[in-house]
Design a protein. Structure first.
Length: 189
């Protein structure tokens, strides 16, 4: 939104049908919501940027490309780990890769939005039973290295209270850029 003024909030509300949910991120998340909206989730997120052109190690793990046929498994992993918004068509925005164990996706990462030469690292998540094996680091390495070869600058968003993930991203050369509010809401009437 261009701002949190009532006219902008009314314009957003007019775009939504009842039961549609949406997310607002950035400086214009309204402090007060109209009666037509119900809050699903509110938090703050940290945007991180990697300006170094140095490639990352990407391990020797067996990594597979994920696509539409893998969506249900990907969504189940996202619902378990909550790395951020992930919808049915999200995988159309970029490449997603993962690691399979015992026939199922246990770790994944991909790329989502881009602005100019800035490309977002997206949906980094590992099943709790597979954490600590370096899967996220290897997948991020592959995603970032692909972006670097394409001349893109990797960035990502992480929930500000997820210190474990922030520490991993810092170790991989990402730096904090800014923090801003996140609001996931739904039109209820």
């Amino acid at each position: 939104m261009a701002g949190a003024e009532p006219a902008n909030i009314q314009a957003l509300t007019a775009l939504l049908d009842i039961d549609d949910d949406f997310a607002l991120v950035g400086p214009y998340v309204p402090a007060f919501l109209p009666d037509e909206w119900g809050i699903l989730y509110a938090s703050s997120i940290t945007q991180m940027l990697r300006t170094s052109r140095t490639p990352l190690p990407d391990g020797d793990l067996e990594v597979v490309r994920l696509g539409a046929a893998d969506f249900d498994e990907m969504l189940a992993l996202v619902e378990l780990t909550r790395p951020g918004p992930f919808r049915r068509r999200t995988i159309e925005l970029g490449n997603y890769i993962g690691i399979r164990e015992h026939g199922g996706v246990v770790a994944m990462a991909g790329e989502r939005t881009w602005i100019g030469s800035f490309r977002e690292v997206s949906a980094v998540c590992t099943h709790p039973e597979a954490q600590g094996r370096g899967y996220a680091k290897a997948l991020i390495g592959r995603i970032v290295n692909r972006m670097l070869r394409a001349g893109e600058t990797p960035y990502l968003h992480v929930e500000s209270r997820n210190q474990r993930a922030i520490d991993l991203y810092l170790a991989l050369g990402f730096a904090r850029r800014l923090e801003f509010p996140l609001l996931n809401a739904k039109r209820i009437r």
